[in-house]
Design a binder for this molecule. Structure first.
Ligand SMILES: Cc1cc2nc3c(=O)[nH]c(=O)nc-3n(C[C@H](O)[C@H](O)[C@H](O)COP(=O)(O)OP(=O)(O)OC[C@H]3O[C@@H](n4cnc5c(N)ncnc54)[C@H](O)[C@@H]3O)c2cc1C
Length: 388
């Protein structure tokens, strides 16, 4: 196939971009080293938090808003067509509750509220007393406050990726799986992409390789790509204690982010019982130990779960046992300042590192905006805050 655009990596960002390019009439060749959706990268674990009041900064708000609209459109297409892979909704609105220290302008709760106000996101600012009354399963200190966004919730990453790839195929994209890309090189006025199985050419290439991007980009001398760190993160599904199941059903329990202060390791997040596993998914973040997709320890030990429960979960939540129903290891690709990075310094070659632990909720819109930039040179949503 003579492609207009080759998309390297078909996870969250790549599947979205491949679909959006193909539906606009581009001849797309998508290539992945595995068979997405898979559990080797950054887009597995059944759920991701999504919210419009993104405490990471208001530049992200248009992306998450547009992503929600795209996923709703996609859900309708899936539900109306038995030939497409419909395994359930792509998003569930559970509400998102952010809890943390009151009175600090820099704390995550305050930043979340500020974005909600600036971007007109419906939300409620809650005192400790109100938090305790509405969600008694949480232990709230007097010095804490909350921000509740009723329209937020969870998005299902594997379903989104599968759906976007199915739509891309239907729009004419050719997708190659289990085919690692080894090099992206300039050849004449175009780009040559060498894989373990052969060589492909296109005028434009979009590299959305997630945790493998630093390795692929090394040969191109991108300063920001050299600074990306890959970090092991762990997800745990905890069984509710007998008699407490209802406390964690959607409706009684929102999706939540609980912070203590500015330290990431004192923050944890979780989702109610929405993913069919029978467990409440909880996770925290670590930024101390670097890894690679090849060398990362993929098992989750009982000691890791017990440590999370003792240190963060039990002091803040009643009714969850320390028994893990399952665990999963996932990779962050972290920029030094936590921002997304989109590199467009070489003609026809774009690099996208949009993780830093908060990329999924923006991925559908980012894929669309990247497709617009590839085909028209500009996008409806401004990506310049993420460009080098
Ligand atoms: C534990 C955890 C929790 C998270 N929580 C949230 C959250 O609550 N909300 C949120 O919005 N975000 C969250 N994120 C972040 C979000 O999931 C990521 O930003 C997003 O999934 C990254 O997508 P990606 O496309 O960059 O990477 P991936 O989806 O991993 O895709 C990269 C793809 O590239 C392929 N690839 C790599 N190298 C090659 C090669 N050489 N040749 C061919 N193919 C290649 C890989 O196989 C893979 O399929 C979380 C991430 C983790 C790990």
């Amino acid at each position: 196939m003579q492609a207009d655009v080759i998309v390297v990596g078909l996870g969250a960002m790549g599947s979205a971009a491949a679909w959006q390019l193909a539906r606009r009439g581009a001849r797309v060749l998508g290539i992945d080293r595995h068979a997405p959706p898979h559990d080797r990268g950054s887009s597995h674990g059944l759920t991701r938090v999504t919210r419009e009041a993104v405490g990471e900064g208001e530049a992200y708000a248009p992306l998450v808003r547009r992503s929600h609209a795209i996923w709703r459109e996609l859900e309708a297409a899936l539900a109306g067509d038995p030939t497409l892979p419909f395994e359930g909704p792509l998003m569930t609105r559970t509400g998102v509750l952010v809890i943390g220290p009151a009175g600090s302008n820099t704390a995550f709760v305050a930043r979340t509220r500020a974005v909600a106000q600036v971007c007109s996101v419906p939300h409620e600012a809650l005192t400790a007393t109100e938090l305790r009354r509405r969600w008694p399963q949480f232990h709230i200190d007097d010095g804490e406050a909350g921000c509740f966004e009723p329209g937020g919730g969870v998005v299902y990453p594997e379903r989104c990726i599968a759906a976007q790839l199915a739509m891309a195929r239907r729009a004419g994209a050719q997708l190659l799986t289990d085919e690692p890309v080894q090099a992206v090189e300039r050849e004449g006025g175009a780009w040559r992409v060498t894989t373990a199985r052969g060589t492909h050419h296109a005028a434009q290439v979009l590299v959305t390789a997630g945790a493998w991007l630093p390795g692929l980009a090394a040969a191109h001398g991108l300063p920001w790509a050299r600074e990306l760190r890959v970090l092991r993160q762990v997800l745990h599904w905890l069984k509710p204690e007998p008699g407490h199941e209802a406390d964690f059903e959607a409706g009684r329990c929102p999706t939540f982010i609980v912070t203590r202060g500015e330290r990431y390791e004192d923050t944890f997040y979780g989702m109610p019982l929405v993913d069919g596993s029978g467990g409440v998914k909880v996770g925290t973040e670590q930024f101390e130990h670097d890894t690679t997709p090849e060398t990362v320890t993929r098992d989750v030990s009982a000691a890791e779960t017990a440590a999370l429960v003792e240190r963060l979960v039990r002091p803040r939540l009643s009714g969850l046992s320390s028994q893990a129903l399952r665990g999963s290891v996932c990779l962050y690709t972290m920029a030094a300042d936590g921002r997304f990075r989109i590199g467009e310094t070489m003609p026809g070659l774009r690099w996208v590192s949009a993780c830093s632990g908060h990329g999924f909720k923006h991925s559908a819109a980012l894929g669309e905006a990247l497709a617009e930039r590839v085909l028209q040179g500009r996008s409806a949503i401004d990506l310049t805050p993420f460009m080098d």
